[in-house]
Design a protein around this ligand. Structure first.
Ligand SMILES: Cc1cc2nc3c(=O)[nH]c(=O)nc-3n(C[C@H](O)[C@H](O)[C@H](O)COP(=O)(O)OP(=O)(O)OC[C@H]3O[C@@H](n4cnc5c(N)ncnc54)[C@H](O)[C@@H]3O)c2cc1C
Length: 379
């Protein structure tokens, strides 16, 4: 495995780091405080063509690999977790279109997504979370269309997206084998945004209920085939887990860098607190765990880019990085002492944000189930 960067990657990354430092990071507190979807940040990314980073050039994207996507998403997440998660959720719409879309679908939906579109992926429902095979949203055939009825919850980017991938059942008696993935456009009659969820963290991220009420979707908007929706969802989540892990990594790195800096500045007993071995050990553990999480996630991206099985390592990376983000942010608050508990410093926000990564795209328990399944099969 070789994680060394090409000159092109180095240049792109340097440009992204500059924009993150000068423009995106300074807005992170405001995004949280005002619960404001980070439109300006996404516009900056769109101006740099980064929304189409992995979209093939033929459809207006840059046609880059998942390693480059990961490195860039890591920088964005380090600067502003909300912008990082929105960027990651976009991939959940782009990736299935790239992988399963027809030529016509790719031209129609990927081209605007590569430019400045926001995408979303909707599977979760009140009775279908970890139990992803329990989707109740129903799609009934009607001439050259399907009529969709049901509701989705918690959907990231849902209030802002132009294009949605919606999982519904076309054969309710067949379980997950009856699922179909539909491309649904914002503004389709019978498709609306319901409740906006109020969250522990990531106040600026759009997480909404989607209501499908006799929503007519043409058959031409089925991704791959009728009955193949569960496969679409599972393959999307395999890649999405790299994205969620990278988001967690960015949050962990941000918390670590802030703790390191603060430990050198905060004086107690006439010395910087970084001179105390107890504090040094906290920092050493943070740095070690972050490095290990990074390597797992880069390995998953490298395996994916090189056409090798990456799914188990993607789950391991997501599981480990999300737990590292939780540990690191808690420890970072500890290094800041009382100040860490105050809203004046970003670390309390990072601690609230970190929890989400242990839940989305399969909880830590579900990741362990997936990993155990692979290793017990000898894979
Ligand atoms: C902010 C946010 C954004 C999200 N964005 C999206 C999105 O864009 N699109 C989308 O489709 N979904 C999205 N989700 C949904 C998310 O993926 C689910 O919340 C998650 O998969 C867990 O499902 P659940 O909430 O129903 O929890 P449950 O499945 O009810 O789980 C509750 C607890 O039971 C445990 N548990 C359940 N089953 C098992 C089992 N078999 N073995 C061991 N433990 C188990 C879980 O680990 C967890 O601790 C989002 C959620 C949040 C909070």
């Amino acid at each position: 495995m070789d994680f060394s960067l090409t000159e092109e990657q180095e240049l792109m990354l340097a440009e992204v780091k500059k924009v993150c430092k000068e423009k995106i990071a300074p807005r992170a507190e405001e995004v949280e405080r005002e619960g404001k979807f980070p439109k300006e940040n996404l516009k900056l990314l769109s101006d740099m063509d980064l929304l189409g980073l992995v979209i093939p050039e033929a459809y207006g994207g840059l046609g880059m690999d998942f390693m480059t996507w990961s490195l860039i998403a890591e920088e964005i997440s380090k600067a502003c977790g909300t912008t990082g998660l929105s960027f990651g959720a976009n991939l959940l719409c782009v990736y299935p279109l790239m992988t399963f879309g027809t030529e016509e679908q790719k031209k129609k939906y990927l081209v605007p997504l590569a430019k400045d579109g926001v995408g979303a992926f909707a599977l979760t429902e009140p009775e279908a979370g970890s139990d992803a095979g329990n989707v109740k949203t129903i799609a009934k055939e009607d001439g050259d269309s399907y009529i969709l009825n049901g509701r989705k919850i918690f959907i990231t980017n849902g209030g802002e997206a132009s294009t949605f991938i919606v999982i519904a059942t076309t054969r309710p008696n067949k379980g997950a084998r009856g699922f179909t993935a539909f491309i649904v456009e914002k503004g389709t009659k019978g498709f609306s945004v319901g409740q906006h969820f109020d969250k522990m963290g990531f106040a600026g991220l759009s997480n909404v209920e989607l209501v499908l009420d006799d929503c007519r979707v043409p058959k031409a908007n089925i991704l791959t085939q009728e009955g193949r929706g569960f496969r679409v969802a599972m393959e999307t989540f395999d890649v999405g887990r790299i994205g969620v892990g990278i988001g967690a990594l960015g949050v962990a790195e941000s918390a670590y860098e802030k703790a390191l800096q603060y430990s050198k500045e905060r004086i107690q007993f006439d010395k910087p607190i970084s001179s105390f071995q107890a504090v040094q050990h906290i920092l050493a553990d943070m740095a070690t765990e972050i490095e290990a999480a990074k390597l797992l996630l880069y390995e998953a991206a490298w395996l994916k880019d090189n056409g090798k099985p990456f799914e188990k390592v993607a789950s391991m990376g997501k599981l480990y990085a999300s737990e590292v983000a939780m540990n690191t942010t808690v420890k970072s608050v500890q290094v800041f002492g009382g100040s860490g508990y105050m809203k004046d410093y970003a670390v309390e926000r990072l601690m609230r944000e970190a929890k989400l990564f242990e839940i989305i795209e399969g909880t830590s328990q579900i990741q362990r189930n997936i990993i155990a399944n692979y290793i017990l099969k000898g894979k």
